[in-house]
Design a protein around this ligand. Structure first.
Ligand code: ADP
Length: 484
């Protein structure tokens, strides 16, 4: 199959969260199975300065954004052997961040991604690549299936192309004022309830969900949850409408990038049979972050976008209690101003048990996964969650709230499962979170039991091999849809 991946972030070029991991790893797994895969994404400042080999622009295009013809150039790089097309427009993408600052989204995001999506549709015909599948992700690329189905309905170029749309996080829908239609090169006829209109605004994700041939999200549990009022973020009705074409496929992680046996970013490589190497990582990280160098203190790691979704209010409420316990806590995160302020205030008091790192730092993230005994994910909701999968791989035992992908992948000994790999809690409260942590701390004191859980996680398989097969089946389903 010829597959075009369209994503607003792709690891290692640009990353703010799990979407980048998926968009960087799934194409590689599909390529390994013999498909012709290409990726297209914006040419951000961090891509230009990231040390990648970038070929000069070979093609250009012009699309209307708010009535002005905006010019874009197409550059090219590669990910292993996969061509990566990069859409350049300095005004839109030469910025410090991908989507905004801690104070909020860039105010012209409708223009930026309206430009990108129109550009992708325009460029496709000139790429010498007619995809069987166009696979789009999240709100930033939702306009592509929408435009192809509505504006290019009779275009023979797209007649045999199936459109697949993946929801990585339903809470970010691409909501804009009605006037944004002109940023997308669209007129007012698109402002109807069966198209882009949503409570008086434009909702791009809604347009993508309705237009795609098949829709999926990134775990089975989240696939059920998003059709409920509680977690449907207002789109539950639209998703119920598409229930027959809605699937859940669990994300994997890139087992090459995330491999403690070969990882060049950690202090010492190790496997499930050389766990002393993990202890060396803990010791070195304790030293690097100014924590007490004590091998017997459990080290709890948390690496996350600082967003309300991630259960940070639970962590904040528990911090005084955690600081009284014999444990160490390392937080790595960046995001919303509110949490940046809360956690940066905590940094002011020197501590050899608490390390708060408010940046985006890939190398440090690897070191924390390798050093941690436990990994915290008290999420309010979690479409899939990659943190727990990475922590399995690095022998850190996850302590998670039982929601979405976390419920599908983390199994608690209290539930009587043979292959317990972590600790879970149900109720979204500091007390329930604490109960799960304290059970983890208790188990940590029993070396034999603990090491068994560590090894269960390390020996599980959450590579892309399995999930990539499921995407192949999804693509086949999408293709049968356009044949009828
Ligand atoms: P989400 O996609 O909601 O952000 P996931 O758990 O699916 O959450 O994926 C998060 C990914 O981003 C993981 O690879 C995690 O290690 C990484 N990550 C999050 N915050 C940071 C940070 N501040 N520095 C480095 N990596 C981070």
């Amino acid at each position: 199959m010829k597959i075009l991946f369209v994503s607003s972030e792709v690891s290692p070029f640009a990353k703010t969260g799990g979407l980048a991991d998926v968009a960087g790893a799934l194409p590689k797994a599909l390529k390994k199975s013999g498909h012709d895969v290409r990726i297209i994404m914006p040419f951000y400042h961090c891509v230009e300065t990231g040390g990648f080999t970038i070929k000069k622009a070979r093609k250009s295009f012009e699309v209307p954004v708010d009535g002005i013809m905006r010019k874009g150039l197409l550059r090219q790089s590669s990910l292993d052997d996969i061509p990566v097309y990069l859409v350049e427009n300095k005004e839109y993408f030469q910025r410090d961040a991908l989507y905004g600052t801690p104070a909020g989204d860039y105010p012209d995001n409708s223009e930026r991604f309206g430009f990108f999506c129109q550009g992708v549709v325009d460029l496709l015909k000139r790429l010498d690549f007619r995809p069987d599948i166009i696979h789009c992700h999240d709100w930033q690329t939702a306009l592509i299936p929408y435009m192809i189905r509505h504006e290019h309905k009779h275009d023979p170029f797209f007649a045999r192309t199936a459109l697949v749309y993946t929801i990585h996080n339903l809470a970010y829908q691409g909501l804009f004022a009605r006037e944004a239609l002109s940023s997308f090169g669209l007129d007012d006829t698109h402002f109807t309830v069966d198209r882009l209109e949503y409570y008086g605004k434009i909702n791009l994700m809604k347009g993508g969900i309705l237009a795609a041939d098949v829709v999926n999200t990134v775990s089975n549990a989240y696939c059920r949850e998003i059709r409920t009022e509680e977690l449907g973020c207002g789109l539950q009705g639209v998703l119920q409408e598409r229930a027959h074409d809605l699937y859940g496929i669990l994300n994997g992680i890139d087992y090459q990038d995330w491999n403690p046996a070969t990882d060049p970013l950690i202090f010492k490589n190790y496997t499930s049979s050389t766990l002393s190497g993990k202890a060396a990582n803990k010791k070195n990280l304790q030293k690097a972050l100014g924590l007490e160098q004590n091998p017997s203190l459990p080290l709890l790691g948390m690496i996350t976008r600082l967003a309300a979704q991630k259960g940070l209010d639970l962590l904040e409420a528990l911090l005084p209690k955690l600081q009284k316990e014999n444990l160490q806590l390392v937080l790595l995160g960046t995001g919303d101003e509110k949490y940046m302020q809360i956690f940066s205030a905590l940094r002011e008091k020197p501590s050899d048990a608490l390390s708060i790192n408010l940046t985006f730092d890939l190398a440090l993230s690897h070191k924390i996964y390798a050093a941690s005994d436990m990994f915290l994910m008290p999420s309010l909701y979690e479409p899939c969650g990659l943190g727990q999968l990475i922590s399995f791989r690095y022998g850190a035992v996850p302590v998670v709230r039982k929601t979405g992908g976390l419920a599908d992948t983390v199994f608690d000994p209290k539930d009587g499962v043979r292959e317990a790999n972590g600790f879970t809690f149900d109720e979204y409260s500091p007390e329930a979170f604490w109960a799960a942590i304290s059970r983890a701390l208790e188990t940590y004191q029993n070396r034999k039991k603990w090491d068994k859980m560590v090894r269960t996680g390390m020996n599980s398989d959450f590579s892309w091999d399995h999930s990539a097969r499921e995407y192949e089946v999804l693509y086949e389903k999408a293709l049968t849809k356009i044949q009828v």
